[in-house]
Design a protein around this ligand. Structure first.
Ligand code: KYN
Ligand code: ZN
Ligand code: ZN
Length: 209
């Protein structure tokens, strides 16, 4: 049975969460204790903006691209369709033609990669450039994936990031869909208002409609 109400599809931000190899690890610490301040505990985090469940701003892969505060918050709130592509190593337009995406503005892809937030995956499915063009032709504006990237992990060209961008499609990464059935949901996944940010952690939640 699917849960009713809002479902958290975010990776918990713990000090053990996986991070992109070579990037800044996530850490939370109590910078000042209640004993020190005499009043309150005060936490401090250090993190890459691409750790855990997060959105990419176009500036992440394009020096001229929009930064987090330039982006319309409407992208990250509204109806979203979860589709299960876990049977495919390569997700291209042919695969997507098997799903009804008429009028869908936000697509969340459930892949075969298990959502182990403490393990950086060795391999992720290939999302092709023609997949991005197909989603663009359907009017999709946001693509969410349950893996750390929409490109190959060793990609320098970031072709699928760029192809999504050309099609006006924004990117949400590292959502957790292992327990989520295909279907229509409402999504809220708001980035923090980080000036100049190339990305931002989000709390991503969905609710069946
Ligand atoms: N953090 C990194 C450090 C070095 C190189 C890439 C990344 C990325 O995060 C790329 C990933 N495709 C992303 O868009 O989130
Ligand atoms: Zn990212
Ligand atoms: Zn990315």
């Amino acid at each position: 049975m699917m849960k009713k109400g809002w479902i958290d599809i975010s990776q918990p931000l713990t000090n053990a969460i996986a991070h992109w190899p070579g990037d800044t690890p996530f850490s939370y610490e109590t910078a000042f204790t209640k004993e020190q301040t005499g009043s309150v505990n005060i936490g401090r985090i250090t993190t890459s903006l691409h750790t855990g469940t997060h959105v990419d701003a176009p500036f992440h892969f394009n020096d001229e691209g929009e930064k987090i505060l330039d982006l319309d918050i409407e992208l990250y709130i509204g109806p979203a369709c979860v589709i299960d592509v876990s049977a495919y190593e390569t997700v291209d337009s042919e695969v997507l033609k098997g799903f009804d995406l008429e009028g869908v503005e936000r697509v969340l892809l459930r892949t075969s990669v298990p959502n182990h937030s403490e393990v950086f995956p060795n391999q992720i499915p290939e999302l092709t450039v023609d997949m991005a063009d197909y989603l663009g032709s359907k009017g999709v504006r946001l693509l969410g994936v349950d893996v750390p990237s929409v490109d190959a992990l060793d990609s320098k060209e970031m072709e699928t990031h760029h192809a999504l961008y050309r099609n006006g499609i924004h990117i949400l990464e590292n959502i957790m869909l292992d327990e989520i059935e295909e279907g229509n949901y409402e999504l809220i996944a708001l980035p923090l208002p980080i000036k100049d940010g190339d990305g931002s952690p989000v709390r991503a939640v969905i609710r069946p409609i």
